[in-house]
Write a protein that binds this ligand. Structure first.
Ligand code: 0GY
Length: 299
């Protein structure tokens, strides 16, 4: 059996998303957006890509929309997960089914045509994702990524980037050369053990200070935390970004939480973490409503 033919069966160590998340005590403002989440399959309808690095459980659009309602949110930004490669059908299907209450971020290759991009735009896609984590995606030359960004820029899309803190210095020249806004997943994955005074974190904050086209998602404390729930060791990082760049921050659940090891996060606990790092109603409204609406629903 070739790698491409391997069965669409969940990895043995895969943690299935939380089946009964708590009802959060924190009530988000009306119109709040979960700006980083995914759908997986269902594999029977939308098979996972042959080049995938993991095979997850199914996580359908109906289950995502039920979570949205349970958490008190109104809208979703559905980000193409690497297990679907460049086949955006599951993401597009979910975005369309949300009847205007979702937008999407796709993964495309440089072979994408203007007509195909126009079709994705019509469906609700507003960005492309470049993934630099080798455990998730194979290397793509920077010239190729630049050409993709050049193709999507006329649609006023942005580029979502996923990398780890030690890689920022090497990637910065690429990011600075892109003709679009750059939206960073999970604050560039800082090592929280090092603290907020460490040069690695200062370099991230300095970059956001220098370049007003850089936005950050203050998401995924469960991936960054060493302390575990309720993820207090990540709060100083989230708080600094939210308070320093209040108009360039987004928040998301990251449901259904690909590749979590150790424990599965309760999405209600994640929502309850928001007021601990976004201390005022104004900061929370910008983070959860104004900013994602400006980036994804400008039209
Ligand atoms: C995330 C994080 C991860 C996975 C993916 O697309 C993906 O497969 O993004 C991860 O494993 O850290 O943002 O969902």
């Amino acid at each position: 059996m070739s790698v491409a033919d391997r069965p669409q069966v969940m990895d043995p160590d895969w943690l299935v998303w939380h089946q009964s998340p708590k009802t959060p005590a924190y009530v988000p403002p009306p119109g709040a957006v979960d700006a980083h989440c995914h759908v997986f399959g269902p594999a029977a309808e939308f098979p996972f890509a042959p080049e995938r690095k993991y095979t997850p459980c199914d996580a359908s659009k109906a289950q995502l929309f039920a979570l949205r309602d349970h958490l008190g949110f109104s809208r979703n930004v559905i980000v193409q997960a690497t297990c679907h490669g460049k086949d955006n059908r599951a993401t597009v299907d979910a975005v369309k089914a949300a009847n205007g209450l979702a937008r999407g971020v796709a993964t495309v290759g440089e072979e994408i045509t203007e007509a195909e991009l126009a079709e994705l735009h019509e469906a609700g896609i507003r960005g492309v994702r470049f993934n630099f984590l080798r455990r998730l995606a194979d290397f793509t030359p920077h010239e190729v990524l630049r050409r993709i960004a050049d193709k999507v820029a006329p649609f006023d899309w942005h580029v979502v980037v996923y990398f780890e803190a030690p890689d920022l210095a090497e990637l910065k020249p690429l990011f600075s050369s892109l003709p679009t806004k750059v939206v960073v997943d999970h604050m560039g994955r800082p090592d929280v053990r090092l603290g907020t005074d460490h040069p690695q974190w200062r370099a991230f904050v300095d970059w956001m200070t220098e370049d007003e086209d850089v936005w950050s998602k203050v998401s995924c404390p469960e991936r960054l935390s060493l302390a575990g729930p309720p993820y207090g060791d990540v709060v100083p990082f989230q708080r600094e970004i939210v308070e320093t760049f209040p108009d360039r921050v987004l928040w998301g659940t990251d449901w259904p939480h690909p590749n979590l090891k150790g424990h599965m996060v309760d999405d209600g606990v994640l929502v309850d973490q928001i007021p601990r790092f976004a201390l005022t109603e104004e900061l929370r409204r910008k983070l959860l409503v104004d900013n994602p609406m400006r980036l994804y629903w400008a039209d």
